[in-house]
Every structure is written in C-alpha cells, then in structure tokens.
Write a protein that binds this ligand. Structure first.
Ligand code: GRF
Length: 192
C-alpha cells in the first residue's frame, strides 16, 4: 500500500516505517522545519509543505494537502506525530484509511496534546499507546492496536515517552498491515 505520512515532530515513527521498508510515497507537514520533514528530504521522499499561514483557512490547507496526497497515489494516510486536527473534508477523502498514533491508552488521556504529561500527573501505573482510525471525533475512532507500558518510579515525561515510543514503533507498522489487509479484502471481487 502506498503510504502518505503526516508529520509535525521529530519523525521517529516516519523513520521507523522507512527502515522497515514501507512504501512511503509522500510526506506532508505543517511544520517544514520539523525533524520528520528533514528525514523526508534526506531520504528523497516527496515532501509537501503546508504551513497554515500560506492558506486562508484550515479547510483550504487540508484541501490542498488532500489533493497533493491523492495526486501522489496515496492509499493510506498515517498521522505520525501530526499535531493538527484534520478537517471533515480531508477525513472523507480517505474513509477508513487514516491512522493515528497516540501516546496513551485511549480513551484515557485523549483529546489533545500532552497525553504523556497528563498520564504522569494522574499517577497511573500503566499507560501506553494506541493506533486508531481517524474519524471526525478527535482521538475516538476505532482502535486497531494498543500496547501498555509501566510507569516507573522517577519517570519524567521524557523517560516515559521514550518507553512508549518503543511500543509505537512496534504497533504502528503492525496496524498498517492490518488495515492494508482489510482494505485489500474489501476490494477483492467476490468469486462465484
Ligand atoms: C508520538 O508519541 C505520537 O504518539 C504522538 O506524537 C509523537 C510523534 O513522535 N502523536 P515522532 O515524531 O514520530 O517521533
């Protein structure tokens, strides 16, 4: 499956997908200076730069990004540390084909940023990560895979996030395979 990966941050999930041989045909970002964008440049992957200030509205930006991804033949969109909510027009263009990785065991600590800090502040003993399908409701689409990690004494947001990311790098590729297989199965014509 041809992947389009959306990034705003360091890009470790993007790097992991590339190292594992996934077919990433496009990387799009709202932050052209982020680590993920730099990885795309280094690896020679077409990079779409969609800074919000170049567009009149969120919808206009998302439309441009959608059209660019479609023009690249993207079949599955992966939000790998993408920090913007996708507008309904974008979500509709890739039904059941947008995955997001979130650093908590949803539905706990959903609905925005700082999930790791919030888990730590809440004093939970177990947290983790979730890969789910993106719908119009933030962090609430169908869950594909989750992985749990312990919160250890003395953890900081950084040490806890690092432990969570080890699991993200394991379950995001697996979730992409699951969704790819589901899409393939749906598009296989029934034989009589
Ligand atoms: C990940 O922890 C992901 O769960 C969250 O943003 C972070 C992105 O990390 N949505 P990276 O940029 O892939 O290193």
């Amino acid at each position: 499956m041809r992947l389009g990966v959306l990034v705003s941050g360091r890009g470790s999930n993007l790097r992991n997908l590339l190292d594992r041989g996934f077919e990433v045909v496009a990387v799009a970002t709202n932050r052209p200076s982020c680590g993920g964008a730099q990885i795309a440049r280094e690896r020679g992957i077409p990079l779409g730069e969609f800074s919000q200030r170049r567009f009149e509205s969120v919808e206009a930006r998302d439309q441009a990004m959608r059209d660019w991804l479609i023009s690249r033949g993207v079949e599955i969109v992966v939000n790998a540390g993408y920090d913007r909510i996708l507008s309904p027009g974008f979500v509709r263009a890739f039904p059941g084909r947008i995955l997001n990785v979130h650093p908590s065991l949803l539905p706990a600590f959903g609905g925005g940023m700082d999930a790791v800090q919030r888990a730590l502040a809440a004093g939970v003993k177990i947290t983790g990560c979730t890969v789910h399908l993106v719908t119009d409701e933030v962090d609430a689409g169908p869950i594909i895979l989750q992985a749990a990690v312990p919160v250890l004494p003395g953890d900081t947001p950084e040490t806890l996030h690092a432990r969570i990311q080890v699991e993200e790098h394991r379950i995001l590729p697996e979730a992409i395979r699951i969704v790819s297989e589901q899409i393939d199965a749906q598009s296989t014509p029934l034989r009589k």
